[in-house]
Design a protein around this ligand. Sequence first.
Ligand SMILES: [Ca+2]
Ligand SMILES: [Ca+2]
Length: 293
Amino acid sequence: MFEVDIGLGTGSASTSPASIDLQEQELMQFADINADMFTDIITVDKSRQRLIIHIFDATTSNYTQKTSFPVHDCRTIQNVAVGRSDRTLRLFITCEDLAKKTIVKMYDRNMNGELSQAPPEKRNLQLTPEKDEESSSDAADGGSAAKKIVDKILKENHIVFKAGGNIKSIYFQEVPQILYLTKGSQPFVGDINGDYYDDIIFNNMDATGPGGKLNVAIFNPETRKYDIGNFKDKMVDPNCGGLASPLAAAELTTPHSVSLVDFDGDCLSDLFLTVQDPEKPSRKYYEIYLRRE
Ligand SMILES: [Ca+2]
Ligand SMILES: [Ca+2]
């Protein structure tokens, strides 16, 4: 474990160079929004209807408010998850809509400009520090010597960090698909089928079949939409020989503890779910599904 001071503060932004004034905003999520390998911050404004993107600037060790946008259809933003669609980084925003329904809205990142990182094939991760002609000028400064070694490694690996890369602008584009959840429930965003596109497990408000409301929305790269269906019908092999779930029509607990973990050590992530009986929500279970290719 290690500790990282990201400079978040509750005071004025002027008292600490890297701090964001959280009196007027609330922290929502950390993610590298501009793909420069530095973690950025997503906050929501006081009205909880507008997301604000703060990009970390490595040259000043400061956060710069890069963009902000209102989330259409959202009356109150509750949670933001960051994942991938076919083209780019995608925000999955859970909120209450104007009719007080719980929905997931999605926004895709668009960037103008170039990333600051060279293509991976040019990278050579060998560590070969050596003296160079400038080393005598600041030999007394141990920090500077360390910096030189780091700079050398970065240079040899063709990694050049610039503030926000060469990205001139970032904006987010609304995705024309909305998921409707049972009231107050929370989605899980993760790559359920192992194709590197993030999918969603959720309690589908509109699901009426005997299998219950536990649904998956699997991203389809051909249609660029999510194919929605019952979790067991779509994802579980009925002949797999596993233990039968005690619930014929389960739903995710609220809050849930869904996670992708490799339980059997085959380097493929398996699925851990916490589910409950919708008729008697106090009856809660955990279920483990092993991935089979
Ligand atoms: Ca970044
Ligand atoms: Ca997927």
